[in-house]
Design a protein around this ligand. Structure first.
Ligand SMILES: Cc1cc2nc3c(=O)[nH]c(=O)nc-3n(C[C@H](O)[C@H](O)[C@H](O)COP(=O)(O)O)c2cc1C
Length: 310
């Protein structure tokens, strides 16, 4: 009888070694974050924090529908300085379990990314993710930086000036050519790309005759986003050499395989965790492990980018 393959699930994300390719994507996890220690993730991303405390949009801010979720939390956060103090115990807890902490920041203007990056550096995160792509605050912030090359590069350069550590930039799906934006942010100092943020959308409650979210529009995540994110990762991995955290619609182990075959180094998850908590993430990892084992794949390097040659 054949010996069973025991796949190695660890990955190398730039200089960081992660024990699992699954990364909890940026979202307001709050005190729930600690529950993900031991769920099979390799790293956890906190929600995006800005220069000062900010209340998000009034409820309802999240809605689950058959094809995914839509949300407009509106960057509800404590502000970078308060987040540093609040996240220190979580960072220590993650470190004890050999897990990485990813801090996420946003800012109102491109230049302001420098001061927010400086403030969050006191936390000494393993990776700083620069969110230049939040879709739900256009009325206050204008168009997301990630939708045009020059503002995207300016925001990245400002964050780079305020932070000397490892840095990822989170891109938006609603652009005609994501490769141009990616090249601009890499030139401006991004070491890694996170691909992607949610896609602007709307769900209407036909009985109430109004949009389900108080903000009316929101960001679409989950299943509906997956083909879009997979296409972006595929296109980007043909033209960039930096690692990509493929994020969008991964809710099963097979979805994670698909994202890695498109060229992702690591895989971000938010919707599956909102729906099912740590058990949902654990299931994705065990399904991934089972698929690799069934297909006699010993390491993720053996399938990364496989769709490019098929
Ligand atoms: C409720 C909710 C809140 C989110 N908040 C943030 C955020 O603060 N910063 C950010 O960069 N992305 C945020 N995201 C986007 C996720 O990190 C992720 O990019 C997106 O949901 C796609 O992944 P998924 O399909 O696995 O959910 C949020 C997503 C959800 C569902």
């Amino acid at each position: 009888m054949d010996q069973q393959t025991v796949p190695d699930l660890s990955i190398q994300l730039g200089p960081l070694t992660l024990q699992s390719p699954l990364i909890l994507a940026a979202s307001p996890w709050g005190s729930e974050a600690a529950r993900y220690v031991g769920s099979g993730i390799g790293a956890l991303t906190m929600n995006s924090v800005g220069p000062e405390p900010r209340r998000g949009h009034p409820p309802p801010v999240m809605h689950d529908w058959a094809g995914g979720m839509i949300n407009a939390v509106g960057l509800d956060n404590l502000g970078a300085a308060a987040a540093v103090a609040q996240l220190k115990p979580l960072k220590a807890d993650l470190q004890r379990h050999d897990l990485r902490l990813i801090a996420s920041i946003f800012a109102h203007t491109a230049g302001e990314f420098e001061t927010v990056a400086q403030s969050i550096s006191a936390l000494e995160p393993d990776l700083l993710e620069v969110n230049i792509s939040c879709p739900n605050v256009e009325e206050e912030f204008g168009r997301p930086f990630a939708t045009q090359c020059t503002p995207a590069a300016q925001a990245t350069a400002a964050a780079r000036a305020g932070y000397s550590g490892l840095m990822s930039v989170k891109l938006a799906p609603n652009v005609p050519d994501v490769t141009e934006i990616a090249q601009a942010v890499i030139e401006a100092g991004a070491d890694i790309l996170t691909v992607s943020n949610t896609m602007p959308g709307m769900v209407i409650d036909i009985e109430a005759r109004r949009p389900v979210l108080s903000n009316k529009t929101g960001g679409v995540s989950g299943e509906a986003l997956r083909p879009i994110a997979v296409r972006m990762v595929y296109e980007l991995s043909q033209v960039v050499t930096v690692p990509i955290i493929g994020t969008g619609g991964v809710v099963t182990g097979r979805d994670a395989v698909e994202m890695i075959m498109a060229g992702a180094t690591a895989v971000g998850l938010a919707t599956v965790a909102h729906r099912h908590g740590p058990a949902g993430v654990r299931r994705v990892l065990s399904e991934l492990d089972a698929w690799l084992s069934d297909h006699r794949v010993e390491s993720l390097d053996q399938i990364r980018g496989a769709a490019h040659t098929g």
